[in-house]
Write a protein that binds this ligand. Structure first.
Ligand code: HEM
Length: 536
């Protein structure tokens, strides 16, 4: 997730991913720059650090200047199996070179705990933004890209205490109901046609509506929401193309001028749809026409809190562009991650009727026929929680965290983590580690049930504070601040979708769990199912 969608899981490696068709241009670029870089690169490669007692983790041999050249033809998702192979040869910490900068990858759960939890203060920094990210994040003025320091603390505390605090989250329950009704209407009208429904776009739209309301307060009309969604999605879809501009910006500004213009236009388009909403909120605030909390319809919006925020070091309020960056981060971070997880969970429930039936039985034990599922009811559904956790373990929406870095050369395990590199953690691999999970590729929610609920497990701590067994939200100081909200959204929507509708796989259609990288790691064959209102 690192432009305004800093969250983009595709960017997790911070690698410019280039398609083969562009290789000619890139060879030309490489040649043009090689003379000036060669001395620097050789210097970096042979003396990556002043620390003489530890070496970098092992990895494949590199080309001077350009590092592991094969990286330039791969997306981050394609690099995952390469890293897996390298692990057989080199062990659980690997170094790849992106240009002359080392990028370290960690498979080991204990080392992840050591770095991110036990030595959290050392490993919580973010790398310097690449040129496109610098523009999109208003020079690292959002939570996910801000360096570990006072600004990050203020941004993050504002989000967690003002918007994501459990009592505040509760105050958005009417929004969840509103969005659930929109989703039900869409599914019902599709169900009437008798055709199978491809659910993912409906899930994405539902999550987006919810986040827009939390961000801007007002229930916008659906056309307006669709317009914002369209603009932001365009940016997401072009993300890899725009990322290539970072490879050698001075050269790409000449050779890929049109693409730069397209990128800058994208940012302008985002400002064009979001700035009027921010200004409207500001005006209402100035006119004191926003209703008080005691009024029934009042909702505090994320943007309201940003208008009040003061940057501790610069001692000034946020500029409009910075608010745009923080708002787009909020919308992007909370939408595709959650809708991807929702799709994976629903796919498993459609694929495995015995799990679906067990969940339905649990819901029936809590809610009577004809009644709605209230949010408080979710607390009485341990199997539902186990289904969601199993979904996040087996299918984490991001297979890496966002790149971390250290401010000073540091040692992790037996290796050096240098300050001029990045470090990332193999999220999906950890959740599928056979040493931590029996039969790890199977979908078995029971592994998360406590013994009193008929399972063998203990209370599972997803924050990994004592031990890392899986980390779909990251762990430590940079752990996803939206964790609680995401879990609530997943529980609420899964429970209601199972309660209101019957779900059936299409005749003869095996549900495939193959993966594909988009913004998150999604189903290669999106879930299509027969959906019909449940008869009671
Ligand atoms: C299933 C849903 C979600 C998943 C799997 C997820 C996962 C993650 C992961 C893996 C990280 C990176 C942690 C790291 O770099 O160490 C992250 C960061 C972040 N997430 Fe989420 N996330 C989800 C939902 C949300 C929601 C709903 C929001 C907000 C509304 C949110 C806001 C953020 C922010 C702001 C960061 C950056 C934190 C920082 O750098 O301090 N996420 N998330």
């Amino acid at each position: 997730m690192e432009d305004q969608f800093a969250y983009k899981v595709n960017s997790l490696l911070s690698l410019p991913s280039l398609c083969l068709a562009e290789m000619e241009t890139w060879f030309f670029i490489v040649l043009t720059i090689s003379v000036s870089l060669i001395l620097k690169a050789i210097f970096n490669l042979f003396s990556p650090s002043k620390n003489l007692t530890h070496t970098l983790p092992p990895g494949p041999s590199t080309f001077p200047v350009i590092g592991n050249i094969f990286l330039f033809t791969k997306s981050s998702f394609q690099i995952e199996p390469i890293l897996r192979n390298l692990r057989q040869k080199h062990g659980s910490m690997i170094t790849l070179f992106v240009g002359s900068r080392p990028a370290i990858f960690v498979f080991d759960r204990t080392l992840a705990h050591q770095a991110l939890v036990q030595s959290g203060a050392l490993f919580s920094d973010r790398p310097k933004a690449l040129p496109t990210s610098k523009i999109a994040t208003s020079n690292q003025h959002n939570i996910s890209s801000a360096p570990y320091g006072p600004n990050w603390r203020v941004f993050r505390r504002n989000l967690t205490s003002e918007i994501l605090h459990p009592s505040r989250i509760k105050s958005y329950s009417h929004a969840r109901k509103w969005v659930l009704d929109i989703l039900f209407d869409e599914l019902q009208s599709k169900a009437k046609t008798g055709e199978p429904v491809q659910v993912v776009t409906h899930f994405q739209y539902a999550m987006f509506c919810l986040l827009v309301l939390m961000c801007f307060g007002d229930k916008l009309c659906q056309e307006q929401i669709k317009e914002i969604e369209h603009v932001l999605r365009k940016g997401l879809l072009n993300f890899v193309r725009f990322n290539t501009l970072n490879f050698w910006p001075r050269v790409t500004k000449v050779l890929l001028r049109k693409r730069w213009q397209e990128f800058l236009q994208q940012r302008k388009d985002e400002e064009a749809v979001l700035v009027p909403l921010i200004r409207a909120r500001k005006k209402a605030k100035e006119e004191k026409s926003i209703m008080k909390e005691s009024d029934g319809d009042y909702v505090l919006a994320y943007v309201d809190t940003l208008l009040d925020l003061e940057l501790p070091e610069e001692k000034r309020k946020l500029e409009e562009g910075e608010i745009v960056s923080l708002a787009t981060e909020f919308l992007a971070a909370g939408t595709d991650t959650t809708s991807t997880a929702l799709q994976w969970v629903m796919a498993n429930l459609v694929k495995y009727p015995h799990i679906r039936d067990k969940l339905l039985l649990e819901i029936k034990g809590v809610v009577r026929d004809g009644e709605e599922i209230e949010e408080d009811d979710l607390q009485k559904m341990p199997y539902l929680k186990a289904v969601i956790l199993e979904g996040l373990r087996r299918h984490p929406p991001g297979h890496f965290v966002l790149p971390h870095c250290v401010k000073e050369d540091t040692v992790l395990g037996e290796y050096l983590v240098p300050k001029n590199g990045t470090i990332n953690f193999m999220v999906a691999e950890m959740g599928r580690d056979p040493k931590a999970w029996e039969d790890p590729m199977a979908f078995k929610p029971e592994r998360f049930l406590k013994s009193e609920d008929g399972g063998s497990g203990e209370v599972f701590d997803i924050t990994g504070s004592r031990e890392v067994k899986m980390m779909p939200f990251g762990v430590g100081r940079r752990i996803c601040p939206g964790l609680g909200l995401a879990l609530l959204h997943l529980e609420y929507f899964v429970a209601n979708l199972i309660w209101k509708f019957e779900w059936k796989a299409m005749d003869g259609d095996e549900i495939s769990l193959e993966e594909k990288q988009e913004f998150t790691v999604v189903m290669k064959n999106p879930l299509r199912a027969h959906v019909s209102p449940r008869k009671r």
